[in-house]
Design a protein. Structure first.
Ligand SMILES: [Zn+2]
Length: 335
């Protein structure tokens, strides 16, 4: 497998440079890629994971406040919502939010959208949940890594694609930034989206899902790594594209330890990408591992490794860029 990477990578770079100047290496790509900074990620995350957001429990005022901050930022960067929605909100009714501990109040998925230039009907979905577990006995569970890190990564990725668009190099396919609710109660916001998709699932090319990318686990601390889960489950091309993009850009250690549906941790089923995968849509789930502050009130913004968060966010942006701009849509040939 590894020996094939170099020819594949050269092939990717040559085609994209010659025909479109879109691929990794092009100057529009490079400017956008470098616009994703540790400073911006940090600025957003200190707000998203502040005590003011009360741990972002599904349906709570704190979660809604975090949502309003995200929407204000999308407005500022000039990134709108899907045409089919009246706003950035996809209302998720209480009936669809029956969690492990009973019914939750009404809540919202938040959707930002960048329309593709050439194939606008084909959509790349990049997702992260913005709910967390709230406040218990007066202690706020800030959820900086889970999943404040994915939330702010989506905002930076959106800004990078918008910058490319402003530079005349917008993506060929459309990009949907999908901030889902209700994840901590059983992947409920993404389930609702998959059952009520704003863009037909048949036109949904891929889901890149981010859930915890700002920390390290004891096994990998000190190295530049990320767990990539599910990339070869449904498409024979996706893992190759992911690896070639990584080799041409960030050169992280892509760790496949959990990339096994029979792994005891069952991570393939444990975050929002699963609601896409079960519908036959290829996915990659990006994850940093289980660490000591997982689901503890100490999952705070000051414990995030912002340089590593930047590197992982840049890799996911580059992968989305390749998937959005390559000539042929990837296929789910392993259904
Ligand atoms: Zn999570």
């Amino acid at each position: 497998m590894k020996k094939l990477l170099v020819p594949l990578l050269l092939g990717l770079m040559l085609t994209s440079c010659k025909t479109t100047q879109h691929g990794p290496g092009g100057s529009a790509f490079q400017k956008s890629y470098e616009s994703i900074t540790a400073e911006d990620l940090k600025k957003h995350l200190y707000i998203i994971a502040s005590d003011e957001m009360e741990g972002r429990e599904t349906g709570s005022e704190g979660q809604k406040k975090a949502g309003r901050y995200m929407i204000d930022e999308y407005r500022k960067m000039g990134v709108s919502h899907p045409d089919a929605l009246a706003s950035y909100y996809q209302h998720v009714p209480s009936e669809a939010l029956r969690g492990r501990r009973g019914n939750l109040p009404d809540s919202e998925n938040i959707l930002a959208f960048i329309k593709g230039n050439e194939k606008p009907d084909e959509v790349i979905v990049i997702s992260a949940h913005y709910d967390h577990v709230g406040t218990r006995n007066g202690v706020v569970y800030n959820g900086a890594d889970d999943d404040g890190s994915g939330t702010v990564a989506l905002m930076e990725i959106a800004e990078a694609f918008k910058l490319a668009k402003n530079n005349g190099r917008g993506p060929k396919r459309s990009i949907l930034l999908l901030h889902v609710t209700g994840e901590e109660h059983g992947l409920l916001g993404s389930k609702y989206y998959a059952e009520n998709p704003v863009y037909p699932l048949a036109n949904t090319v891929v889901n890149l899902n981010i859930d915890m990318i700002g920390r390290c686990d004891p096994e990998n601390c000190g190295t530049d790594y990320v767990y990539a889960i599910g990339s070869e489950m449904l498409s024979s091309e996706l893992k190759q594209i992911s690896e070639a993009t990584n080799a041409a850009t960030q050169k992280l250690n892509l760790n496949y330890r959990y990339d096994d549906p029979n792994d005891p941790q069952q991570l393939y089923y444990r975050s929002d990408h699963y609601n896409f995968a079960k519908n036959g849509i290829p996915v990659i789930f990006y994850f940093d591992g289980i660490h000591e502050d997982y689901h503890k009130p100490t999952d705070d913004a000051d414990k995030i490794d912002y340089e590593l968060l930047k590197k992982r966010t840049r890799l996911i942006f580059a992968t989305a860029w390749e998937l959005a701009n390559r000539d042929a849509r990837i296929t789910a040939d392993r259904k």
